[in-house]
Design a protein. Sequence first.
Length: 446
Amino acid sequence: MSADARLLLYALLAVIALVVLIARLKLHPFIALVSVSLAMGVAAGMPPVAAVKAFQDGVGNVLGFIAIVVGLGTMLGKMMAESGAATRIATTLIDLFGERRVHWAIMVVAFIVGIPVFFQVGFVLLIPLVFTIARRTGMSLVKIGIPLVAGLSVVHGMLPPHPAAMLAVAAYKADLGRTILYGLLVGLPTAALAGPIFATWISPRIVLPAENPIAKQLEGESVTQMPGFAISLFTVLIPVILIVLASAADMTLDPASSVRAVLHFVGHPIVALLLALLFSFWSLGRTRHFTREQVMKFCNDCLAPTATILLVIGAGGGFNQVLVQSGVGGAIAKMAIGSHASPLILAWIVAALIRVATGSSTVAMTAAAGIVAPIALATPGSNAELLVLATGAGALVLSHVNDAGFWLIKEFFNMTVPQTLKTWTVAETIIGVAGLGFTLLLSLAV
């Protein structure tokens, strides 16, 4: 057996071991991820100390961003819940779209909000609405939640200005405007299939526990005096607005401009969320006349349930890093290039295989673009913009236990590992396959 084949076998066994340990033997996901990650690294030939260092670096890289985003986003969600702002937005959406179509409304909102923000930022901004709508309508959390993550995931993988998509645009020398236009044409029907349509079918088959610790924190109490719809919506959209302004400044202003520097600072996701949270203390707290002590209590109370979530997400990032540093990604890339497929199919295959192996859509998209770009540029008739979309679709397929996003969804929705595989993993796979299908259809026209 070749060294590359051995690495792929170890990676497969590691994933199987995780599923068995967590789903069958009921071992805590954090302990299982730590144990399997270190065993995988040593089995792949890494020195034991290097395997520990890789795992540690992976945890740090993931939590350095996600821990702050989840913390600030959860506090903002708590303010929206306790003030009644989440209820105000939810009731307005229900009245506007009707209770039967509110899951479509959530997908559209997620698609719009997700264009300028990271997946994790959009998720923590909008998850309070999902909990509130589920409680008010009696709908399954899965029926409303899957459209949310589908909308966010599609734009995260396929549409600039997301970093991985921007890197792919540069690698393929694609036109930014056409990439966004084609991304919208492909992304909307893809999100519809993986979101509301799939959620309507799967939700009756998934029974969630009656108690959800995170939902309990973000639902708030029933209030009669709520903030207005405009101020509630503006508060939750502050991060989106600031990030859009930062992206616009990057594209239009001189790099030495002080205005660009300021917008770049306030448009960083962490700063944008912090500013939105501070603004919410005034915009949402004044309606209910919250005292400083009450606001402090809300912030403290909502953080406790996130501790386990962050540990598991961090461990997922550690597993990801061990897989990357052990050489699994490189082994998969070599195997895919040997297939001699068309550039669009090749880009999707390379991205999909790296995604399955490493768990990171960003790593998969950037690595695949770097691998396929020279081949595509040498192939007559290749469409650079469609290559970006095909790579993005492949980078979203089959999210499983080595993806930090898998654990984020599992913990917030209070699902088991098998339930998360049946919902989130299948939705991501639908996005990957449908995204490629619609891209190939578009290639017939452009």
